[in-house]
Write a protein that binds this ligand. Structure first.
Ligand code: NAD
Ligand code: UDP
Length: 366
């Protein structure tokens, strides 16, 4: 997908999982990128390859404080917010303020600069849905006082703010309701299902299924999501959304656990833990609107996306682990022929560091 104009683009949350992949892509397309992040769940290593690029600027800043950037700004992607329940519940009041005050600072900056603003909203605005699958018209079933509310209600209020700025100030806005997205650069301690299960399987630790594992989610690979976000941002100005962006292929948590155990060649047992409060039972996007108005639908199958993600975590876990181990004195004892491979494969689980990249498209792999 190519967008011809070169823009000055702000990405809040640009050092996070989705944000850093977006920054990569925008830089590759020739745009100038201002990446704003307070590194709450983002990491500098995600953007390290970009920091010396002439078109890239990292601004360590909290979006709960007003945003000031000199010069012209054409586009703002507002991604700043922890996305994993583990992390957004770590500081619930901070999360609510990031969603609402952060969004307010973003739309204010957009208004001052005459920029388009895209809000990264979420399937969580539907809460624990009573209808299935979920179209955009569904108004949701959120518990406003539960442990997920800081995020769910915060994101709902942010949508309200975006639409009120559109109505009151004629601000050009776009709202994406992102469903579960996965891929390389998720945090190892992220707490979300795909990263948790892959890391557990690779380390040979028990796979922690919450509840009986019959609850479902629908998983979208990062590259597909980025296509959707960019198509939405560059859609005609009268198109605002909200748009569901996600992969409609629905899977139970237990199926995901089994699939990851199988794909990693792990011996990890499945261990059952209590279901967290208000954990949605089913989730699957209706993407008819995105298909019709954006010409978007995801095309990377779960199998292929999981392979790329497993490859990422294999390298990350085992190369770091191997590098931290003392180098054996190869003169003292006769070495086995392949010391590095042997050291790297000391943990249970996936051991094949020399795997070929997944077939087909070149997926984001770092
Ligand atoms: P992430 O946690 O990897 O990234 C969020 C980034 O925002 C991090 O770099 C973090 O440091 C930064 N951040 C948090 N609070 C901030 C603040 N107050 N000021 C500045 N920066 C701040 O999460 P992600 O998966 O990349 O999600 C990105 C966005 O997409 C989030 O807004 C999230 O709600 C939304 N989203 C993600 C998913 C998903 O499955 N990944 C699903 C729905 C919605
Ligand atoms: N989950 C699980 N074990 C884990 C992490 C998550 O069983 O180690 C379940 C969780 O209860 C939920 C689903 O996987 O039903 C997706 O959880 P995640 O935190 O990834 O995203 P969200 O609940 O926000 O969709």
């Amino acid at each position: 997908m190519g967008f011809s104009s070169e823009f000055n683009i702000v990405v809040t949350g640009g050092a996070g999982f989705i944000g850093s992949h977006l920054c990569d892509r925008l830089i590759q397309q020739g745009h100038r990128v201002f990446c704003i992040d307070n590194l709450f769940t983002g990491t500098f290593s995600n953007i390290r390859p970009l920091v010396n690029h002439r078109n890239f600027e990292f601004i360590e800043h909290d979006v709960r404080e007003p945003l000031e950037i000199a010069g012209k700004i054409d586009r703002i992607y507002n991604l700043a917010c922890p996305a994993s329940p583990r992390h957004y519940q770590r500081d619930p009041i901070g999360t609510l303020r990031t969603c609402v005050v952060g969004a307010h600072n973003v739309v204010e900056l957009a208004r001052q600069k005459g920029a388009r603003a895209l809000q990264a909203s979420t399937s969580e605005v539907y809460g624990d849905p009573e209808i299935h699958p979920q179209p955009e018209q569904y108004q949701g079933h959120v518990n406003p006082i539960g442990p997920r509310a800081c995020y769910d209600e915060g994101k709902r209020a942010a949508e309200t703010l975006f639409f009120d700025y559109h109505r009151v100030h004629k601000l050009p806005i776009k709202v994406a309701r992102i469903f579960n997205t996965y891929g390389p650069r998720m945090l190892e301690n992220d707490g979300r299902i795909i990263s948790n299960f892959i890391v557990q399987a690779l380390k040979g630790e028990p796979i922690t299924v919450y509840g009986d594992g019959s609850q479902t989610r629908s998983f979208c690979y990062i590259d597909d999501l980025l296509d959707g976000l960019q198509r939405l941002m560059e859609s005609p100005s009268e198109i605002t959304g909200p748009f569901n962006l996600g992969n409609p292929q629905e899977q139970s948590v237990k199926d995901i656990a089994q699939l990851i155990v199988q794909r990693t060649g792990s011996n990890s047992p499945i261990e059952y833990h209590p279901l967290p409060q208000d954990d949605p039972k089913r989730r699957q996007p209706v993407i008819a609107r995105a298909r019709a108005e954006l010409g978007w639908s995801p095309c990377i199958p779960l199998d292929q996306g999981l392979s790329a993600t497993i490859d990422y975590f294999s390298l990350k876990l085992f190369t770091v682990e191997a590098a931290a181990r003392p180098v054996p004195d190869l003169r003292a004892a006769r070495p086995s022929r392949n010391v590095t491979r042997a050291a790297a494969s000391n943990g249970a689980g996936r051991r094949d560091l020399a795997r070929k990249p997944p077939n087909g498209r070149n997926l984001s792999s770092i």
